[in-house]
Design a protein. Structure first.
Length: 96
């Protein structure tokens, strides 16, 4: 996890500083914590600190859920729609 969550973000932040990039947004995790039992969560936190050290004015976001091609939440609904007679939707799906 260290290379992906710490080393690469640090290198990107250093390059942004060197190239005088105006803004850097680092996507971390809501679970990022130095006290976590999860090594992954610990390295996400270490990555945040490395980014802030190299690029102090970076914006760090900690999303709780990411959506995309392989996300678990939306794919669960897609799979459920093909297998179950009913799919649970908030407000009957009208808000979609």
């Amino acid at each position: 996890f260290k290379e992906t969550n710490v080393d690469i973000p640090k290198t990107i932040a250093e390059l942004c500083t060197e190239m005088q990039v105006d803004n850097l947004i680092h996507v971390s995790s809501i679970n990022a914590s130095p006290d976590s039992k999860s090594v992954w969560s610990q390295t996400k936190y270490e990555g945040e600190m490395a980014v802030k050290e190299a690029y102090p004015w970076a914006t760090i976001i900690r999303p709780s859920q990411m959506f995309g091609i392989e996300d678990r939440l939306l794919n669960w609904f897609a799979n459920a729609a093909t297998r179950l007679p009913v799919v649970p939707l908030i407000d009957g799906g009208h808000a979609l």
